[in-house]
Every structure is written in structure tokens, then in C-alpha cells.
Design a binder for this molecule. Sequence first.
Ligand SMILES: O=c1[nH]cnc2c1ncn2[C@@H]1O[C@H](CO)[C@@H](O)[C@H]1O
Length: 322
Amino acid sequence: MKSSKKVELHLHLEGAAPPAFVRGLAAEKQLDLGGVFDDRGRYRYNGFKDFLRIYEAVCSTLQTPADYARLLSAVLSECGEQGAIYVELFVSPEFCGGGDLFAWRDYLGAMEEIARAYALSGVDSRAVLTCIRHLGPDRAKRTALCAAETGGGWVAGMGLAGAEDVGEARDYAWSFDCAREAQLGLTAHAGEWCGPDSIRGALELGVTRIGHGIRAIEDPALVRYLADKGILLEVCPGANVALGVVPNLAAHPIARLADAGVRVAVSTDDPPFFDTSLNREYQQLADSFGWSDPEFRQMNLWAAEAAFCDEDTRNRLKQEFT
Ligand SMILES: O=c1[nH]cnc2c1ncn2[C@@H]1O[C@H](CO)[C@@H](O)[C@H]1O
């Protein structure tokens, strides 16, 4: 498992920031992060809403394009250690210059330079610009404009994350239409905290992938629909267990969804928050469901097919898993 190549489609850039890295930035900037860390230096939070709060405290240490370049370098380095050959990162212009297009271009330029260097060493990546649901539809429009204006290269998609129970997916239709017209790939978080209707709402935005989506399992007609349409679920089992969406991995619906013909691909979401890594996710799936090389190859092939990259990259990735 350890050295096998992997595609990861659901990784929040700030959520992948190692605690030591964030402590270093806070010290440099003389920021007091208060209760962000526990006494062993790990991120501390109590439930999902508190997780979102701590996430934003972590983001407060990331203040310049250079900070984001260093973060991306640390994250892609770890992705490489875990065997990732292609990664899609959720990046939010709201955190990179407050949603302003000109500021975002500076952050993007700094990150693209790092992404190019890692691609040359075998860890290719793309960014999925992510609207933050609990900041509301007007702020999301700014992300959509950043995505539309800077899409086509490293910026390959747009997504929606944050508090899933705030508003309706259709509130974000303008932003998703804007991104679609700019030919970006589309994904949205749904069916992590809210039920099958949240997934139906996300599908109305025209997404080809769902972030999490695991509560589809409660609705057999929806499961059939996802399978028939080839909608891929970006599943993060360790995150779901850590946040208490499912009680343990054995109870996780990933295997039942895959058995029902739904395309699933495993990711780590926010690995240091959830004490996980890609290798750990694979190992735990192997232990819980008896998955081995054939299942992992299939999953990575689905991920390659659903990736928001150009066709040359897709074909190269697919060759790795066929
Ligand atoms: O597991 C998750 N579920 C929902 N939202 C998340 C998760 N992890 C991070 N974010 C949210 O994504 C945005 C940055 O990409 C942040 O708003 C963060 O709170």
C-alpha cells in the first residue's frame, strides 16, 4: 500500500497545514492563536462548528502570497511522501486577499510557481476555488469571478464548502453558472452533514462530483441516480469518523456505495485535523473492507476520470491505473 501511486481529489489547502508550520507562522507574526492547539500540539476542536472556527483561526496566520507559497510547498511535499501523483486542492480566494481579484492574482502567481516545481518532480496538482457557504452567496460571487478570470491553468475547478446547513445550494447558482461558462469543473460539499436532499440540491448546480456525499446511502433512488450518471463521490472516511458523522470505519457507507455502482474516490480532507494521511486511509480501508490493489486501482481510475485536469494529464493518470 505504502508506495502505491494515488490520486487525491479532496484536500483543503489550509486544512492540510501541519500544526508546526502554523505555529511557526504565528510566532513570526507574533499572533496569539489561543486555544487552537491541545497540550500535545495538535489542532483542538469540539465538533464541526468548532472545527470551522479553528480552521479560520489557522487561516489568520496565512497573510501573504509568500505564506501561501510556503504552505503549498509543505503540503505538496507531504502529498508526495504519501504516494500522490495528482492532487486537487481546495483554495479559497476569501482567505487569499479577501476575495479581491487583483490580490488573488498575486497569491495565485506565488502558488503556481510552487505547483510547477512539484509537477516536475512528479506531484501534479490543480486548484479548485472554493466558495465558503457560511459566508453567503454574495461573497461566493467574488470567488466565482476569481475562478472565471484565472481559470484554465492551475485553477481547474470551483467548489462549495463550509457549513452545509446554511441556506440552499440554489443560492449559489449564479456562481456555479459563472464557473461553468468559464469551463471549470464543478463540485460541491453535500451529504456530509445534511441528508440526500442536500445532494439533490448540489446536483442541480451542475456538479459532476460531490464532496463527501455519503448520506446518499439513505436514499436508494439517489444511489441509483449517482451510479447511472457516473457522479463521483469524494469520500473522506477518516474525516467522517473524526467528526462523528459515522461511529467507526466499519459502519462507513463507502463500501456499500461502491458495491451499488457509485464511483467513489478516497481523500483526506484536512489530514492533520483528523489525524490521518493517504496511506493511513488506504490501510484502514484494507483492514475494514478487505480492499487491496484491484479496488484501489479502480478507485484511482475513477478519480482520474473525474479529475478537473486537461485530457493529456487525464490520459497519463489513467495509464497509471489500467
Ligand atoms: O470537511 C469539511 N466539510 C465542510 N467544509 C470544510 C471541511 N473541511 C474544510 N472545510 C471548509 O472549507 C473551506 C476552505 O476550503 C473553509 O471554509 C473550511 O471551513
